[in-house]
Design a protein around this ligand. Structure first.
Ligand SMILES: Cc1ncc(COP(=O)(O)O)c(C=O)c1O
Length: 396
């Protein structure tokens, strides 16, 4: 059965991923099981998507009960959970913003790019500055927005108007010298670029400068948003109010969703942007459920306690394996541990998998942790015990 499925996948699915053929069949919390019943601790949460872990009873119930009524109508009609989720996003972030809903991170960023282009149209400002090592998606426009040369090797021609800065200080310098700059788009913690957290003082300066110069500050929170930093948005944790925020991954706990929040509420006229699926009953009711669970979880203090517990384990690991781990980065439950090389990182991820812990890579040589936001202390402890066993086998 497993062999047949694997062959079917190889024969019929386009090979855009270097797939690991482990066949997962069920999960519970931060534990996930393959078809032989082997239990893994999931420190990946589906690359930051399963914010409530697997099989959360409230999310399961919410999806099932919504599906019994309506899954989809179209954006031509009123969609109650969409309106409620947009209100919730504004309240919970503390930002006076409205939201456009789509289905993925790249779509959330595509909308952000369109907002910037339309906002600057009358003054012929269209350039968007992004940062080195950033990642914003895989559509033609969002690929071009990524500040990584390797993303621009195929698929040309790309749209013009993206400029890459080395860092925030450099982004301000560039913007000062170019009249056509309309926006700066960045991740506060680079998710694919090595879990690099932007320096707080630079972000504060950037907000000040962009505000004074009418340049939009657009924060890509596709990976860092929805309580991953410990606060609802990473921008909340940094204490800045952006002009545009893009969200996706963890927002609906696994149901595809994208969201672009903005204070530029009059930029679009009806029909200038849209999405067939975006904001439908299923995804937005799931989003509401996720936010209700996580808001209460954060208010109870359990989230910050578990983040501290996770952090302690990272520090212990680094102290024990100081030749393997050169540093710890990130915030909350979006963490990286820097290793000496991509080869060693590959060995670690493989050895961890053998000990039944799932982990991710980020950048060239950073070990990435994106556990469910609701991961329990017991699951954290178990995951790190298994990872410790795996690290004992690494020769360095
Ligand atoms: C920061 C960031 N932006 C955008 C994206 C693209 O999201 P999606 O794969 O849902 O299009 C990702 C995905 O990893 C991301 O981490």
């Amino acid at each position: 059965m497993k062999q047949d499925l694997e062959q079917m996948d190889k024969d019929f699915v386009l090979h855009t991923y270097a797939r690991d053929y482990t066949h997962f069949v069920r999960g519970k919390g931060a534990k996930i099981y393959d078809e032989r019943g082997t239990e893994y601790i999931d420190f990946t949460a589906g690359i930051g998507v399963n914010s409530l872990g697997h099989n959360h009873p409230k999310l399961v119930e919410s999806i099932a009960s919504q599906a019994k009524n309506l899954i989809h109508t179209s954006n031509l009609y009123l969609i109650e959970p969409q309106a409620r989720l947009a209100k919730k996003l504004s309240e919970i972030s503390g930002y006076k913003m409205r939201t456009f809903f789509s289905n993925s991170g790249l779509e959330a960023n595509e909308c952000a790019i369109k907002i910037a282009r339309k906002y600057g149209e009358h003054e012929n400002r269209f350039e968007i500055i992004t940062l080195k090592n950033s990642f914003h998606g895989r559509s033609i426009a969002t690929l071009k927005a990524c500040g990584q040369d390797k993303m621009h090797t195929h698929f040309a021609p790309f749209p013009n108007g993206f400029i890459y800065a080395e860092n925030i200080v450099n982004a301000i310098e560039i913007a000062k010298n170019r009249k056509s700059v309309v926006a700066i788009l960045l991740e506060l913690i680079q998710g694919e670029g090595g879990i690099y957290a932007m320096p707080r003082d630079e972000v504060a300066k950037l907000r000040e400068w962009t505000q004074e110069n009418d340049v939009l500050l657009m924060i890509d929170e596709v990976q860092s948003g929805v309580y991953r930093s410990g606060e609802f948005l990473c921008a909340n944790a940094y204490g800045v109010t952006p002009d545009v925020v893009s969200l996706a991954k963890g927002l609906a706990g696994g149901v595809p969703i994208g969201a672009t929040m903005t204070n530029k509420i009059d930029v679009f006229e009806p029909s200038e942007h849209g999405s067939t699926f975006g904001g439908n009953f299923l995804s937005t009711s799931a989003g509401l459920c996720v936010l209700e669970v996580l808001e209460a979880y954060q208010k109870s203090g359990e989230l910050s306690e578990n983040i501290a517990f996770f952090e302690e384990h990272l520090r212990e690991l680094q102290a024990k394996y100081e030749r393997i781990f050169l540093g710890i980065s990130g915030l909350g439950l979006m963490r990286g541990m820097q290793t000496p090389s991509d080869e060693i990182l590959g060995q670690i991820i493989k050895a961890a998998k053998k000990e039944d812990v799932l982990l991710l890579k980020s950048g060239k040589s950073t070990l990435r942790f994106l556990p469910p936001i609701t991961i329990s202390k017991e699951e954290i402890k178990e995951g790190f015990e298994r990872l410790t066993k795996a690290l004992d086998s690494i020769k360095i």
